[in-house]
Ligand binder design. Sequence first.
Ligand SMILES: *[C@@H]1O[C@H](CO)[C@@H](O)[C@H](O)[C@H]1NC(C)=O
Ligand SMILES: *[C@@H]1O[C@H](CO)[C@@H](O)[C@H](O)[C@H]1NC(C)=O
Ligand SMILES: *[C@@H]1O[C@H](CO)[C@@H](O)[C@H](O)[C@H]1NC(C)=O
Ligand SMILES: *[C@@H]1O[C@H](CO)[C@@H](O)[C@H](O)[C@H]1NC(C)=O
Ligand SMILES: *[C@@H]1O[C@H](CO)[C@@H](O)[C@H](O)[C@H]1NC(C)=O
Ligand SMILES: *[C@@H]1O[C@H](CO)[C@@H](O)[C@H](O)[C@H]1NC(C)=O
Length: 625
Amino acid sequence: MWHWSVLPLLLAGGVLAGTRFERRSFTVGPDSFLLDGQPFHYVSGSVHYFKVPSAYWRDRLTRLRAAGVSALQTYVEWSSHQPEEGVTDFSGQQDLEQYLRLAQELGLLVILRPGPYIDAERDLGGLPYWLLRRQNVSLRSSDPAYMEAVTGWYDQLLPRVRPLLYSNGGPVIMVQVENEYGSYSSCDAVYMTQLRDLLRRHLGDDVLLFTTDGGADYFLRCGPVDGAFATVDFGTGSDAVEAFAAQRRHNKIGGPAVNSEFYPGWINHWGYPRNVVSTEEVVNATKTLISLGANFNVYMMLGGTSFGLRAGANMGDTFEACTTSYDFNAPYTESGNITDKLYALRELIYPYTNMTEVAVPDPLPVTSYGEVKMTWQTSLLEAVQALNVTRVSDSPAVPFCDVHQAYGFVAYSAEVTWKPPQPAVLSVPGVRDRGYVWLDGRPVGVLSRAESAFSIPLLAAKENTVTIIVESLGRICYGDIHDRKGILEAVTLGGRELTNWSITALPQDLTQLVPETPTPQGDALHPALYRGTFSAADPPADSFLHFPGWHKGVAFVNGVNLGRYWPAVGPQMTLYVPAPFLRAGENTVTLLEMDGAPCGPQESCAVALKDYPDLNGPTPDRISP
Ligand SMILES: *[C@@H]1O[C@H](CO)[C@@H](O)[C@H](O)[C@H]1NC(C)=O
Ligand SMILES: *[C@@H]1O[C@H](CO)[C@@H](O)[C@H](O)[C@H]1NC(C)=O
Ligand SMILES: *[C@@H]1O[C@H](CO)[C@@H](O)[C@H](O)[C@H]1NC(C)=O
Ligand SMILES: *[C@@H]1O[C@H](CO)[C@@H](O)[C@H](O)[C@H]1NC(C)=O
Ligand SMILES: *[C@@H]1O[C@H](CO)[C@@H](O)[C@H](O)[C@H]1NC(C)=O
Ligand SMILES: *[C@@H]1O[C@H](CO)[C@@H](O)[C@H](O)[C@H]1NC(C)=O
């Protein structure tokens, strides 16, 4: 029998060596997909290019292909490509076309999910933060303030996708409209129609559009749109027969059963025990999907990492921030290591897809670089005082987006201009998500949205300065995503409003805060910046940063933001350091530690680079410093 991956060579034109071929097509038949007119089912796997260093794309896609799948499924993250208003980037780490061509070269079809909203446990569900600058904007709706930006984005994105469509010789067989829209409160049918029409206008009538929603009528009420094939998503605990029956009720044309997100693991939040799905459960559920002749996507086959403070957050019982690692307990680990789950799934997938077998590549080398001695550089407050003020405002209610701060930290400072009672309560009801408070240079406490800790008693005097450095823990990515960060309401001291605020956005590259020579330590030991160096042989190898005795902060290697670390609350104890971020010779580790380094004044402290991760630490003390 032929294998589809030889088709790109044969079928580009339609007539070859006197033989008439079907035009390259991918469509929905009565009870299966039709690839070039022939019944076809796929198994795909999710690997997101924006969670893998581009130097590792080939390695990760080769691993995906070795799992036996016939297709790659990936989201497109709008905020990665348009990080600021008016800026568009499709180069380097953002070179989506290269990623999709690489998939094709490795023999994979592609199922593309261009959002615009994607969730993916990313800040604001992958939407760019600058949309929140638009007053009263209603995200994921037909609100012109939102759709104007979507239209501009699709004008950039979709012309790049069109040549990559299957019918045009590329790998893309399906394109998703929005993402789990039926789970969103606004239920705006006009919006879904507008998105569908934009996709059609740019991509033409040949491409198969689809939607994805939870596998129950409740979710399918608002998710599907006419002209797009409705699919469902569900994990190992769900009744597949029921879910596919619901899917069928919403597709007038019938069509195959499709689970667009079959979960072999699950997401994680700081402070909550690691989520694990057993291999046996995954194997059982996979057998069921295969016995039903379903198409399914393993979400995630390899989860990767939300480097650079790009992880999102969810509203559960309280505000819950997603971990930096997106390991997902997937068949391949965050760093591409092989698990039993991968071998078990592979045995089921190959006979079902008939893909020619590709051996699983050996794991990439890992190295233990050992202890890295960290030395004090400066207190965060001092570093911030050396920056230029971004804006002066009578009210502190200036969110991150208004001072063009995508992620990280913003400092708010005001003087007490009257004699307050002793003590007086400092009240900051609108802090999102954590506020580190100083009174005249002395750290006096931490405010926390997750714990509804919005006030601190202060012994303040007239002419004292109150400084609050606010940290974003990631914008909410699911549910009500209108999550502006910073301070959103008036701040009072003893019931009276503090006014005349100086507001300073900290640089995204926090290593810029390290002074040429370390400042004296003084009494205020944290938050503070620390730095250390280590040497790597040529070529460098993957490693994992361990934080013995450290609490919470942001880690950089050679100026690359590895993400948030927070071993004090777990469960993620280490950060992944991919070899492409390292260089042969000297490498620099920089930490912004928020809650306390494991050493006092004059002592040195250390982090350690080891050859194994720890994503399953204890979660003893939710959120509290
Ligand atoms: C935003 O909404 C508020 C309250 O609904 C309203 O007073 C204000 O005029 C609106 N602003 C804009 C720019 O539409
Ligand atoms: C998996 O299926 C087997 C055989 O049907 C059953 O005995 C076992 O309990 C199942 N395991 C899980 C975790 O569901
Ligand atoms: C794989 O081969 C079997 C047996 O020839 C066939 O029934 C099945 O449809 C094929 N699957 C795919 C995805 O082509
Ligand atoms: C602060 O502003 C001045 C004047 O615009 C500029 O020369 C200087 O580089 C700025 N300093 C920083 C740290 O941005
Ligand atoms: C506001 O604060 C700045 C800096 O602290 C100060 O120079 C200025 O005089 C203050 N303005 C008012 C009106 O108090
Ligand atoms: C890779 O997996 C093996 C087997 O589970 C384990 O011994 C090893 O520590 C893992 N390495 C990394 C870097 O995860």
